[in-house]
Structures are given as structure tokens and as C-alpha cells.
Design a protein around this ligand. Structure first.
Ligand SMILES: Nc1nc2c(ncn2[C@@H]2O[C@H](COP(=O)(O)OP(=O)(O)O)[C@@H](O)[C@H]2O)c(=O)[nH]1
Ligand SMILES: [Mg+2]
Ligand SMILES: [Zn+2]
Length: 287
């Protein structure tokens, strides 16, 4: 067996992980204090004489992207090397436009491409998402309309996701597990095992390799917020607002009530969607 191999973390537990390297899954212990998450590319050293594939993680390779979450000011990585974030949007449960805009801002600030999946079209009238479609197509976001349950339009989505590493985000009940199952052909079980008090939770993050595409399923993503993003970075998640902001008369314009504000002007004449502007203000003024 090769002495040192390069692979990718496909499952991550609290202090061990599963690494896919050269077609084999290695159960790995982690040497020293390397900070690792699902999606990381690593160098491993197989253990000599082990009955099955066991190895030691020696080194992490550079990440192309990383998603963080922060809790009480501690920044914690959740998953890495993601190229795309698919935001699941449904009428029931209702997805707010603020949720969509928050995830667009998180994605763009992490150098990950966001796109939108309108789900559960099987129970909706045609054009039920026309308003949302126009808001997001206008700012250059790719959109899909699917039924994860009836497998409607999944072939378009599949084509788009080829060769990409994607994570689906959405409110509870929006269809993340149904869609992941449909895409991977695997039943996705609920990964949160909690005791009766709901105090102790164990969670596993998984990267599914489905031939052409990679899907990451990480419970840690659920409660990501914008805490680790400085308010002045939020505007990069609103590219159309950023574009106008460079034309404001005063360089320190807060785009709320200032004279000569090109952003407010653009909202007034319909060049910036009102919901996008409102969510920009909410997200950049928080705390
Ligand atoms: N009608 C309909 N129901 C769906 C669709 N996708 C998911 N569901 C249902 O919505 C519920 C929540 O789905 P689930 O995948 O568990 O959502 P998650 O919480 O985001 O993982 C389940 O009862 C699914 O059967 C869809 O395309 N159409
Ligand atoms: Mg689920
Ligand atoms: Zn302004």
C-alpha cells in the first residue's frame, strides 16, 4: 500500500473521520490538533498491519472554500471545498425572502455560488413562484422549479450539479432530505440522535459521492447565522446594491436617509427590488 495517500473526508465524527482515498474508505484517527471538517482534502498514512483500511490523518490541504458558524463569538468550520449552495424555497412551510437573501450573502462572502431550488411544485398552481423567480433571475441567480417528491425536473438540476460540490440549505420541512435521497438514491435518515431531554445531540456530517456530483449533508449548517460576517461585508451579498452604492454622493452614506443616495434612488425607480433593499438594511444593521 502507498505510504502516504491523498483523500477527502467523507464522514466526520467528533474525533475521527472516514477518508476516501484511491477508491478505499479509511477509518482515520487525527494526528495532533488539525482542525478538520467534512469536505477537507487530507494526506493520510495507512496503518501497517491493520485488518481493514485504517490510517492516520497527517495533514490538511488548502481549502477552496469554507463555511463557518459562530456561537458566542467562537468561529467553527462546518464544511469545506463547497462550490455551490442550493437554497430550497417552499410555499409550505413558507420560506421568507430574508432567509434567501441571508444565504445569498453567506454564500458570496464564502466565495461559493448560490442558486435557488423552488420545491414542491406538485402541490402548487403554475407560476406560483413567478415573483421570486423575477427577483432572483434579475440579479443573476440560477433557479430551478422541482418536485423532489415526484422527481419532477430533477434531470435539469442533476445536469447543473455535475462536477460540483453542493450543499442544500432550507428550513426544516423544505425537502432537503427528500431531495438528497432522490439525488443519491440513498435513504437519508435523521442524523440527530437526542435523548429524551433533547440535551445531548450527536451529529454526523456526510459527503455523498454520486458518480458525477458531490453532495454534503451537514447538520451544523442548520443554525448558521451571519454572526461571523462583519456588517460592512453584507453588501457584497447584494451585488446590485453594491453597484449603486459606489455612486452615492457621500462616501460614508448609510443608504437609509442620506441625501444623494444612489441606492435609495434606485429603489425608488425600481432598479433595486424593495425586498432586497429591506433585507440588506435588516442584515447589515443587526445588533
Ligand atoms: N408535495 C411534496 N412534498 C414534498 C416534496 N419534497 C418534500 N416533501 C415533503 O415535505 C416533508 C419534509 O421533507 P424533508 O425532506 O424531510 O424536509 P427537510 O426537513 O428539509 O429534510 C416530507 O413530508 C416530504 O415528503 C415535494 O416535492 N412535494
Ligand atoms: Mg431532513
Ligand atoms: Zn447611499
Amino acid at each position: 500500500m502507498l505510504k502516504v495517500q491523498t483523500g477527502q473526508i467523507v464522514e466526520f465524527y467528533s474525533n475521527s473521520c472516514l477518508v476516501l482515498a484511491n477508491g478505499n474508505n479509511f477509518k482515520c484517527k487525527i494526528q495532533g490538533r488539525i482542525n478538520l471538517v467534512v469536505g477537507d482534502f487530507v494526506e493520510i498514512e495507512p496503518l501497517v498491519g491493520a485488518d481493514y483500511f485504517e490510517a492516520l490523518v497527517k495533514k490538511r490541504l488548502d481549502r477552496s472554500s469554507i463555511l463557518y458558524k459562530s456561537k458566542e463569538n467562537v468561529k467553527k468550520p462546518i464544511a469545506s471545498n463547497i462550490s455551490h449552495i442550493g437554497i430550497l424555497v417552499t410555499k409550505s412551510p413558507k420560506t421568507s425572502l430574508e432567509f434567501i437573501d441571508k444565504w445569498i450573502a453567506i454564500s458570496i462572502n464564502a466565495s461559493i455560488e448560490p442558486f435557488i431550488i423552488f420545491n414542491k411544485i406538485d402541490v402548487l398552481k403554475e407560476n406560483a413562484f413567478s415573483k421570486e423567480q423575477s427577483i432572483y433571475k434579475n440579479i443573476g441567480i440560477k433557479t430551478f422549479e422541482i418536485s423532489a417528491k415526484l422527481l419532477t425536473n430533477l434531470n435539469c438540476l442533476e445536469k447543473f450539479l455535475a462536477k460540483k460540490t453542493t450543499i442544500f440549505v432550507g428550513n426544516s420541512g423544505s425537502g432537503k432530505s427528500t431531495l438528497t435521497s432522490a439525488m443519491t438514491g440513498k435513504e437519508i435518515l435523521s442524523k440527530d440522535l437526542s435523548n429524551n431531554q433533547g440535551v445531548h445531540t450527536t451529529s454526523v456530517s456526510t459527503l455523498y459521492n454520486t458518480g458525477d456530483m458531490q453532495l454534503i449533508d451537514s447538520p451544523g449548517v442548520r443554525d448558521i447565522n451571519l454572526d461571523h460576517l462583519k456588517p460592512n461585508k453584507i453588501i457584497f451579498g447584494f451585488s446590485e446594491i453594491y453597484r449603486f452604492s459606489t455612486k452615492c454622493e457621500f462616501p460614508n452614506c448609510n443608504h437609509i436617509n442620506d441625501r444623494g443616495c444612489a441606492v435609495i434612488e434606485a429603489v425608488k425607480n425600481g432598479e433595486i427590488e424593495e425586498s432586497r433593499y429591506n433585507n440588506f438594511i435588516i442584515l447589515s444593521q443587526r445588533k
